[in-house]
Design a protein around this ligand. Structure first.
Ligand code: SAH
Length: 265
């Protein structure tokens, strides 16, 4: 567990309990039950592009393009970790990837399965934590994506390590999360949740945000090479998202597992 003792506090944020495994919110098995239930409550509106998940819909083209510009998707085994209702998972399957997707919220998995049926997209949705998946299918995937999920778990470093175990040598990993930077507090929480009402209040907790240096360190400790860290910009007024520049608020990280990829049997 990577704990920094020097994390600065932000106005309105009580103690720095950053990334401690016990959250006081009913967490077991690296799952925060309170966070899971908050997301599950949004199941019925997950695919409403004008609803509470609108930012995820708006971000998706940019993050999909980022994945596609750094990894081959058609025909490849891809795992989407913390898939929610399947916005990213479906979009990768539409590009020809063989997508497995895991989450711990049953209501969201039901919505994801129903939506995939309606749109005739094949994604294998399963209820599992990434640690459980890693134990049963190590080195099984060419690509692992884990977007907007790390900031919702008690021990994100363990998630990174499990993702690293799941990807095959030569495989690619993509993470996105929010930086623990004052701008992210101002825009990602105060503006997005309280001023603009883009996200339901309580969606994000500042102390759970992750500095790019921390995420990069966890990747390296898991034996990964970090290839790129870039901002994932989002303008809620134009609803346009793009990748590039300094990772002050939302950001994406691309890493590779050293080794040469072997074709699956
Ligand atoms: N990755 C999706 C959804 C992000 S919302 C996207 O970007 O479109 C965060 C998701 O993480 C929720 O669906 C929540 O249920 C899931 N989640 C939270 N903790 C988890 C855990 N420990 N294991 C797997 N999924 C988890």
């Amino acid at each position: 567990m990577n704990q920094s003792s020097s994390r600065s506090q932000q106005p309105g944020v009580i103690a720095d309990k950053t990334h401690t495994a016990s959250t006081g919110h009913g967490s077991t098995d690296n799952v925060d039950a309170h966070e899971r239930d908050q997301f599950a409550a949004l199941a019925s509106t997950w695919w409403d592009t004008e609803g509470p998940m609108r930012p995820l819909h708006d971000l998706n083209p940019a993050r999909l393009e980022y994945v596609m510009s750094n990894a081959v998707l058609p025909g490849q085994a891809v795992l989407d970790v913390g898939c929610g209702g399947g916005i990213l998972a479906e979009s990768m399957a539409r590009q020809g990837a063989q997508v497995d997707a895991i989450d711990i919220a049953d209501d969201l998995l039901d919505v994801a399965r129903l939506h995939a049926l309606e749109t005739a997209i094949k994604v294998d949705y399963r209820h599992a934590t990434v640690e459980q998946f890693a134990a049963t299918a190590p080195a099984s995937m060419a690509v692992v994506t884990c977007m907007e999920m790390l900031e919702h778990v008690p021990d994100p470093q363990a998630v990174v390590a499990a993702c690293a175990a799941i990807v095959r040598p030569g495989g690619k990993l993509f993470f996105s999360t929010l930086n623990r930077h004052p701008l992210a507090f101002a825009l990602g929480i105060v503006a997005a949740e309280y001023v603009l009402g883009l996200l339901p209040r309580g969606t994000h907790r500042y102390e759970r945000f992750i500095k790019p240096s921390e995420l990069a360190g966890w990747c390296r400790q898991a034996g990964l090479q970090v290839c790129d860290i870039s901002a994932l910009h989002y303008n809620p007024l134009t609803r346009h998202a793009s990748v590039g520049g300094r990772p002050l608020i939302n950001y994406v990280l691309h890493a590779v597992k050293p080794g040469s990829i072997k074709p699956l049997q």
